[in-house]
Write a protein that binds this ligand. Structure first.
Ligand code: NAD
Length: 260
C-alpha cells in the first residue's frame, strides 16, 4: 500500500538540490502541499514550476527571523503545518587542528542552529494543534568520529540530541520529532568530490560498505514514512539510512565482510 499524506502541509528546507529536492518531490507526490524553501530562490522556483503541489520560498535558515517567517507564512496560508523537514546542513572538510573560528561558526550555523530554529518554529505552530511530524536530516557523521569531519560531526551529534530532547519534552503532545542519518548519498557535491579521488567515482563507491552510494529518493522514502500517520508511534528516533554503514565496527572487520 502506497503511503499517502493527502491534505497535509509540509515545509522542506534546502529543497533546491540533492536530498531536499527528492524529499519535496516525494511529499508532493504523496499528496501534500509542499513549501520548498532554499537560499537559492531560483532552484526552488524551478522545482515549483515543474512539480504540482510545490510552492517556492526563498530564505536563509541560519536566520531565526527567516525561519519564523517561513512557518508563519504557511500558517497564514493553510492554517496548519503538519510536516517540517529541516534538511539544510553543511560540512567543511579539514583537520580539526586546522579549522578556523569562522569555519566552526559557519558549520554550526548552517547545520545545528538552522535545525534549532526550524524545530522551535515548527513546535510553536504544531503544539497548539496537538499534531505534527518534524524530521531533521542528520548524518552518519553524528554517530562517531570521522577523520576530516570533526566540526560537521559535532554539529550533527547536536542535531541528534536536539531531536531526542524535543521528542522527550513533547512525548505526550501529538507532535513527533525524529531524525534520519543518511550514509553517503549521490548528490552533486558528493559525486564531484568522489570523482576527484584516486580511481574516480567507481573506485570510491567500491570502498563504501554497501558497495554503492545511496540515492536521494531512498532518503525521501524514509522521510515520507516518518511524515505519515503510519509512523504514529515512532518518536525520538535517529534512523540510519545508510546500507549498514553505521552498524559496522571497522576495528573488527574481516575481509569476508566485504566480499559478500
Ligand atoms: N549527500 C550526502 O551524502 C549526505 C550524507 C549525510 C547527510 N547529508 C545531509 O543531508 C542534507 C542535504 O544534503 P545534500 O547533499 O542534499 O545537500 P545539497 O548541497 O545538495 O543541498 C543543500 C541545499 O541547501 C541549500 N542551502 C544551503 N544553505 C542554506 C541556507 N542557509 N538557507 C537555506 N537553504 C540553504 C542549498 O542552496 C542547497 O539547495 C544536509 O543536512 C547534509 O548534511 C547528506
Amino acid at each position: 500500500m502506497a503511503i499517502e499524506i493527502k491534505g497535509k502541509t509540509a515545509i522542506v528546507t534546502g529543497a533546491g538540490s540533492g536530498i531536499g529536492a527528492a524529499i519535496a518531490r516525494s511529499l508532493a507526490a504523496a499528496g501534500a502541499q509542499v513549501v520548498a524553501a532554499d537560499i537559492r530562490g531560483d532552484s526552488v522556483g524551478a522545482l515549483a514550476a515543474e512539480v504540482r503541489g510545490i510552492t517556492a520560498h526563498s530564505c536563509d535558515v541560519t536566520q531565526a527571523g527567516d525561519v519564523d517567517a517561513l512557518v508563519a507564512g504557511v500558517m497564514e496560508r493553510h492554517g496548519h503545518l503538519d510536516v517540517m523537514v529541516n534538511n539544510v546542513g553543511q560540512s567543511i572538510a579539514g583537520w580539526l587542528h586546522d579549522a578556523t573560528n569562522e569555519e566552526w561558526q559557519r558549520v554550526l550555523a548552517v547545520t545545528l542552529s538552522s535545525t534549532f530554529y526550524g524545530v522551535r518554529a515548527a513546535l510553536r505552530a504544531m503544539l497548539p494543534k496537538r499534531t505534527g511530524s518534524i524530521i531533521n536530516i542528520s548524518s552518519g557523521a553524528g554517530f562517531g568520529g570521522s577523520p576530516g569531519l570533526a566540526t560537521y560531526g559535532a554539529a550533527k551529534a547536536g542535531v541528534n540530541n536536539l531531536t531526542q530532547s524535543a521528542a522527550v519534552e513533547n512525548a505526550r503532545s501529538g507532535v513527533r520529532i525524529n531524525a534520519i542519518a543518511p550514509g553517503a548519498i549521490e548528490t552533486p557535491a558528493i559525486l564531484a568530490w568522489a570523482q576527484s579521488q584516486p580511481g574516480g567515482l567507481p573506485a570510491y563507491a567500491a570502498t563504501l560498505l554497501p558497495g554503492r552510494f545511496g540515492r536521494p529518493d531512498e532518503i525521501a522514502a524514509a522521510v515520507l514514512f516518518l511524515a505519515s500517520d503510519e509512523a504514529s508511534f515512532v518518536n525520538g528516533a535517529i534512523l540510519p539510512v545508510d546500507g549498514a554503514a553505521s552498524a559496522r565496527m571497522p576495528a573488527i572487520d574481516v575481509p569476508t565482510t566485504r566480499a559478500r
